[in-house]
Design a protein around this ligand. Structure first.
Ligand code: 5AD
Ligand code: SF4
Length: 475
């Protein structure tokens, strides 16, 4: 196994385009016979990275002549892009695949594909071979760029294909098509994989090592997005603060932000996820200086207890985290903050948990993503002793949510009467405030008033607030 990433050559990509053309010819002929185009259904579990991957799969499917549909029953090809981060995500994906067995019996010609993080785990292919005979094609995260070739083999007679091999050092493939949804928001991957090996986390095992895209390719993609009318762009990576470390060019994440900020146009740049171990003062200085970079930071701290942080292999202390937030707020007083927290890590005591809860109360996050610890086989934490009963973990989880709701209410209320710049992005369910928008910090605003148009920035005054939403009128 090599420890150097593989940059997929343009010749290899061209080869995939040939497969796309072979399939497009086949689907074209069938479409003539059926009187309608062939159809594809995609479904995504998990994070934004996975959503971005699905958009690439959808782009390839479109190139191969498939029209997207909303229901699996109407599709000729079904692709389920799975997640492995918690057991819940896995059981939902497997439940959905299980439910497709009737469809496969009724229409044996439908092609069912399973891909993504879950199938990249060692024990999963065997499980699918044995218990899910309806699945035709299984491909892991490393084989994503070879989807056209794999689908071609599946369509032309190969029985059940399993391709979950691939070098953990990982791949970078440029030039594959992407099908985005055409709204105001777009994902833009800047790097893939993770080197951190937090002891609870499966990601490094299923997504391989950190690897960055060349900055020129990212700039080119951003320019194309702006030209297509996207205005709210989120840069994606498991740990964006490591951007550039594996590149020959001398560039770090702050430099990249600066470069992207200089691209002409009216747009907002967001990014996720940052790691407190690598988030630097330079990053916060750059964010503060760059006018197109949203003053928003997602900085997961996972636990407020140094003992637990050490056992999680996180590489920082609660004090370091506090210091980072203080610095970020000193540079950007209105910054919107969010975090991820795991409740019930093996051996978490009442005192450890209380430290987490206190940090939440002290910092006052605008958004919090709270998870109950889920044991992932193959990770170091899976072997740690865990004697806290589930009910105790559940009770802690609920206490944390309560603390967070109290903080959010205070932060939401503080917006009353304020003028904020928002990007209008859709229709709301309510009549009084018929449109939805996002603040620069990513908070939801239902709004009303003249001169509001989806896809445009506007200034609104906040008239009232609730726990989940601000309500504003254009000024
Ligand atoms: N159990 C619970 N939550 C987890 N996360 C990652 N691994 C696990 C796990 N095994 C959470 C972390 C991470 C977020 C994306 O998911 O909080 O930041
Ligand atoms: Fe995303 Fe991690 Fe889930 Fe994969 S395992 S989809 S990287 S959250």
């Amino acid at each position: 196994m090599s420890n150097k990433k593989t940059v997929v050559t343009q010749e290899q990509i061209a080869h995939q385009y040939e497969y796309m053309q072979f399939i497009a010819k086949m689907t074209g002929e069938k479409a003539q016979a059926y009187g309608h185009p062939l159809r594809a259904f995609t479904q995504t579990f998990g994070c934004q990275q996975n959503e971005a991957d699905t958009q690439q799969i959808a782009g390839m499917l479109e190139e191969m002549g498939y029209e997207p549909v909303d229901r699996a029953e109407d599709a000729d090809v079904i692709v389920i892009n799975t997640c492995a981060i918690r057991e819940h995500a896995e059981s939902r994906a497997l439940g959905n695949v299980g439910a497709l067995s009737h469809l496969k019996k009724a229409r044996p010609d439908v092609t069912i594909c399973l891909c993504g993080c879950m199938v990249q785990q060692e024990h999963i292919p065997e499980k699918i071979k044995k218990s899910y005979p309806q699945v035709d094609l299984v491909f892991g995260t490393h084989a994503l760029w070879r989807f056209p070739e794999l689908l071609y083999r599946s369509l032309t007679g190969d029985k059940r294909i399993f391709d979950t091999t691939g070098d953990a050092a990982g791949y970078i493939a440029e030039g594959l098509p992407v099908l985005r949804d055409g709204g105001t928001k777009a994902w833009l991957s800047i790097m893939y994989g993770c080197n951190n090996f937090c002891t609870y986390c499966i990601v490094p095992y299923v997504r391989g090592r950190e690897r960055s895209r060349a900055s020129a390719d990212i700039v080119k993609e951003l320019e194309a997005l702006i030209a297509d009318g996207y205005k709210d762009i989120t840069l994606l990576g498991q740990n964006v603060n490591s951007y550039g470390k594996d590149l020959d060019e001398q560039i770090d994440f702050s430099d990249l932000l600066e470069k992207l900020n200089a691209v002409p146009g009216t747009f907002l740049l967001r990014f996720m996820t940052s790691h407190p171990k690598d988030a630097s003062h330079k990053l916060f200085d750059t964010m503060a200086r760059c006018d197109k970079v949203a003053k928003q930071l997602h900085l997961p701290f996972q636990s407020g207890s140094d003992t637990i942080l050490r056992r999680m292999n996180r590489g920082y202390t609660a004090e370091h985290y506090r210091e980072l937030i203080t610095y970020a707020r000193s540079k950007m007083p209105d910054i919107t903050l969010s975090s991820d927290i795991i409740v019930g890590f093996p051996g978490e005591t009442e005192q450890d948990f209380e430290q987490t809860r206190q940090l939440v109360a002290e910092i006052g996050f605008d958004m919090l993503f709270t998870f109950l610890y889920s044991k992932r086989s193959g990770t170091p934490a899976a072997k740690m002793e865990d004697d806290t009963p589930h009910e105790v973990k559940q009770a802690r989880f609920e206490r944390l949510l309560k603390t967070q709701d109290e903080c959010v209410q205070v932060r939401q209320d503080a917006y009353a009467g304020k003028h904020v710049r928002v990007l209008v992005d859709g229709h709301s369910k309510g009549k009084e405030y018929p449109l939805t928008a996002r603040t620069e910090g990513g908070l939801l605003v239902c709004c009303a008033g003249n001169n509001l148009e989806i896809g445009n920035f506007a200034e609104v005054v906040i008239e009232k607030t609730s726990l989940r939403c601000l309500f504003g009128r254009s000024v």
